[in-house]
Design a protein. Structure first.
Length: 214
């Protein structure tokens, strides 16, 4: 096996992949993409991922994009780490979470953070962002209820869903949403704090310069 390279941006959804790589103990390289500087649109990066997004995982000439697919790949490559359940119902539950997070939760947040992609009139852009923020609050509440007492998203089993979830938890506390995570989403916050006790999570947060959930 050669050493994979993760293209990431600090605090972006690539953080989930970064944590998963740390969890399985695989040697990997990190390559930072400066999103604020628009590096995702550079010719050099577009040759890696023509979709102009992070994460991308490369292994020699082989490139994989889309966070859920990369998480599944890392877990499948290291079955002994147990990050992906192989029981049909548990596996389906895992896929259900990943799909919801990437197709609904992430996209709702994108309407707040990148509202100008969804409207052109300045007032419409403002409205898209404000409406999406309310939608995010409802979705954040739904995630909180679905996590329940955990301890993990799938119950007793820690899986790739858990590091993916913490990404959205950090976005909740960030400036675009500014939610009081501990007060408004206590189950999700307990989950994030539990996650923060894991050495793999601590290494990834430290490397990306992010404060751990408290
Ligand atoms: N569907 C993709 C979405 C990736 C994505 O939107 N990544 C964001 C960071 S969280 C990004 O690269 N944004 C740069 C941009 O929007 O220009 C996935 O799940 O991996």
């Amino acid at each position: 096996m050669s050493e994979p390279k993760l293209y990431y941006a600090p605090g972006a959804c690539s953080l989930a992949v970064h944590i998963a790589l740390e969890e399985v103990g695989e040697r990997f390289e990190l390559s930072r993409v400066d999103l604020a500087a628009g590096q995702q649109n550079s010719a050099e990066y577009l040759r890696v991922n023509s979709k102009a997004r992070v994460p991308a995982l490369t292994d020699g000439d082989w490139v994989l994009t889309e966070a859920p697919a990369i998480l599944r790949y890392i877990a499948a490559r290291h079955p002994s780490a147990g990050l992906w359940p192989w029981d049909p119902r548990e596996e389906a539950r895992c896929a259900e979470w990943l799909n919801w997070l990437s197709s609904t939760i992430h996209i709702a947040f994108a309407h707040v953070r990148r509202a100008s992609r969804y409207a052109t009139d300045p007032r419409a852009i403002e409205d898209v962002a404000a409406t999406a923020k309310r939608t995010c609050r409802e979705l954040w509440r739904a995630v909180d209820a679905k996590i329940g007492v955990g301890p993990w998203a799938l119950g007793e089993r820690y899986s790739v869903v858990d590091p993916y979830l913490v990404v959205f938890w950090t976005w909740g506390r960030g400036p675009a949403l500014g939610f009081d995570m501990a007060q408004d989403f206590p189950h999700w916050t307990a989950h994030a704090v539990r996650l923060a006790a894991r050495p793999a999570v601590q290494r990834a947060f430290a490397r990306e310069g992010l404060p751990l959930p408290v």
